[in-house]
Ligand binder design. Structure first.
Ligand code: LMR
Length: 461
């Protein structure tokens, strides 16, 4: 007992000691704070005020300039601010119905119903490279049923954040693991391409693509530029429905491009954002990719389900890397995971589950092809209506490219001033390069657009 009591009093003494040390420290802190607070008081009428939680009164980001809006998505920002009842958004490539409304495909609604009813589904993290089933089905969609590359397990696929994410993951993979860091992109191309590849660690160069004199492909210019590319250079190719021009090579021209690319050992990187949208046929729109994969050579393919399944905001896409052998493909996939994990860890589950549900169900798949064809046909019909409307107005110039071009966009040839005029006077919003999203037009709005183009050409032609 006595031992215990003496032990107790020792502990008490020790804790008294530590309390007094702590107490002294707190006291000193309080005195310091009080002193600084007095200084703050003294400075009250001066420039600096005491701010106990801020390191500095000046923002660490003070030097930042206001960034410009995105050249494509910023068009929607401007459109949203316009109170005019006749305003028309033909900027971003997003499908609208004849009533001018966004469309959720019936098959997408049905797939979502099935997913919701399935109580065995969780919200767990999915693998770094995405849903296995989604990856298999996406590769099959672009490469075709019975593709030898798939059969030989030479394709490494990773689910990514739509087309942009797939391109970015592909760029970072190439900058880490490929001998050549130069990528050739067409002029013009989708405005995001150079930014994605630059930030992905590649050096961007360009090849001639569009000839404004013919409103068609500058095939010879393209071949000449690719012929002059350093060995092994990466070449970005739009698989179909070239954005923004709507100008695609013919099948013969694709073959010529393939031969040159293979001869020079260049590495093709396909951006496939519009499979099914260009012609209404999923197979026809995969022609270029399958031509290249068919020769046994390697390539990368970035796929997006934004347009062809209307899954814009779900951010669903895939990056496939077609390799020479199954062994290499396995290693490639393992390295893709090392690119993805520190970037966003793993992709989201919902959109990819919708795609996998549709692609794996015979009926849903069939219904999807019907809905896809309807969208493509409506866009093609808009081309004809706009062409006819301009002809009827006698608008100066040759407008036949409107019906010759393919996919979501018409590259009108209108210049920046004409575009500004159409926006200011007619409340029609389009990108400053004169690109029009045909998917945003309807029979009701064609006359308004034709009037605007007509006036712009007469006034500023
Ligand atoms: C477009 O070109 O309008 C689309 O691909 C949407 C986008 O993200 O730019």
């Amino acid at each position: 007992m006595g031992k215990n009591s003496s032990a107790c009093s020792f502990e008490e003494k020790e804790s008294d000691k530590s309390l007094s040390v702590a107490g002294r420290r707190i006291g000193s802190l309080v005195r310091q704070l009080a002193a600084t607070s007095m200084e703050g008081q003294a400075d009250r009428d001066g420039d600096l005020r005491f701010q106990p939680t801020a390191g500095s009164a000046v923002s660490a980001f003070q030097h930042l300039e206001q960034a410009p809006e995105d050249p494509i998505l910023g068009v929607t920002v401007a459109y949203n601010k316009d109170p005019s009842p006749v305003k028309l958004n033909l900027g971003v490539g997003a499908y609208r119905t004849e009533e001018g409304k966004p469309l959720v495909l019936d098959v997408v609604r049905q797939a979502e119903e099935l997913l919701i009813q399935d109580r065995s589904r969780y919200k767990e993290y999915i693998p770094i490279a995405g849903l296995v089933e989604f990856n298999k089905l996406s590769a099959k969609l672009i490469l075709g049923d019975g593709s030898p590359a798939i059969g030989e397990k030479r394709v490494a696929t990773a689910q990514c954040l739509s087309g942009t994410g797939s391109l970015r993951v592909g760029a970072e993979f190439l900058s880490k693991h490929y001998s050549q860091h130069i990528i050739y992109i067409p002029v013009p191309t989708w405005g995001n391409h150079p930014k994605i590849f630059n930030l992905g660690g590649l050096t961007v160069k360009t090849y001639r693509y569009y000839d404004p004199r013919t409103s068609g492909l500058d095939y010879e210019g393209m071949l000449e530029d690719l012929r002059a590319a350093p060995p092994g250079a990466i070449v970005l190719l739009h698989a179909c429905a070239h954005n923004p021009t709507g100008v695609d090579p013919t099948q013969d021209q694709w073959e010529g491009i393939r031969q040159l690319i293979r001869l020079k050992g260049l590495l093709p990187f396909f951006d496939s954002a519009y499979q099914g949208f260009a012609s209404g046929s999923l197979d026809a729109d995969a022609y270029s990719v399958r031509l290249f994969v068919g020769d046994g050579g390697e390539c990368l393919i970035a796929q997006s389900f934004a347009k062809n399944m209307g899954l814009y905001g779900e951010r669903v896409g895939a990056l496939s890397i077609v390799c020479r052998s199954a062994t290499v493909a396995t290693r490639v996939e393992s390295q893709l995971k090392l690119v993805i994990r520190p970037m966003y860890s793993s992709p989201p589950i919902h959109g990819a589950s919708i795609v996998a549900t549709i692609l794996s169900d015979r009926n849903l798949y069939y219904n999807w092809t019907v809905e896809l064809k309807n969208m493509a046909d409506r866009i093609i019909s808009m081309r004809h209506q706009l062409y006819d409307a301009l002809k009827a107005r006698g608008t100066p110039g040759d407008w036949s490219h409107i019906i010759k071009q393919i996919g979501m966009f018409t590259f009108t040839g209108l210049n920046k001033d004409q575009v500004s005029f159409m926006t200011a006077e007619y409340h029609i919003y389009l990108t400053s390069d004169g690109r029009i999203s045909m998917a945003g037009l309807s029979s009701k709005t064609v006359p308004h657009l034709a009037d605007a183009i007509h006036a712009a050409v007469l006034r500023l032609g």
